[in-house]
Design a protein around this ligand. Sequence first.
Ligand code: HEM
Length: 136
Amino acid sequence: MDWVKIIHLLCVMGWMTSIFAVPRALIYWKREYAKLGAFGPLGDLTVRLYRFSAALAVIALITGLVLAQFWAWAPWIHVKLALVALLVVHYVWTGKMVLRAKRGAFRESDLFLRIFNEISVVGVIAVLWVVVVKPF
Ligand code: HEM
């Protein structure tokens, strides 16, 4: 089970790179697009990062469910799963903004994207607290 947990943590780290970086990268992509008037290298990097970490997210979730089975679905796992579900919603929302940006549509203000970004940090801290402390 140790290797399942090692892969779980590795893929969680990979997924978090996008959760923490892509909303902010959209701010700079918007500026690049305003300058170039077209899809540029920063946009390309952001799309590739999002796509790569989407695959890691799937592995993180699958290994998490395997670990949950090993832990006989202890009560703290249900709370963790609910918090992770919110992270998934945040991530899918980010994906929608990335798809729109690929078409040159940047609707969200810089302030919105910064706050949106920070919300995920609070969510991840909550997940880490539940899994490390296992309060119930
Ligand atoms: C389907 C979603 C997930 C499930 C069911 C799940 C379940 C689990 C389980 C059962 C463990 C083993 C706990 C232990 O050995 O102490 C674990 C470890 C861990 N998980 Fe997840 N996990 C999920 C997603 C995530 C996410 C999204 C994060 C981070 C944001 C995360 C962070 C961690 C960490 C840091 C550990 C190591 C805890 C420790 O060793 O004390 N997990 N996970």
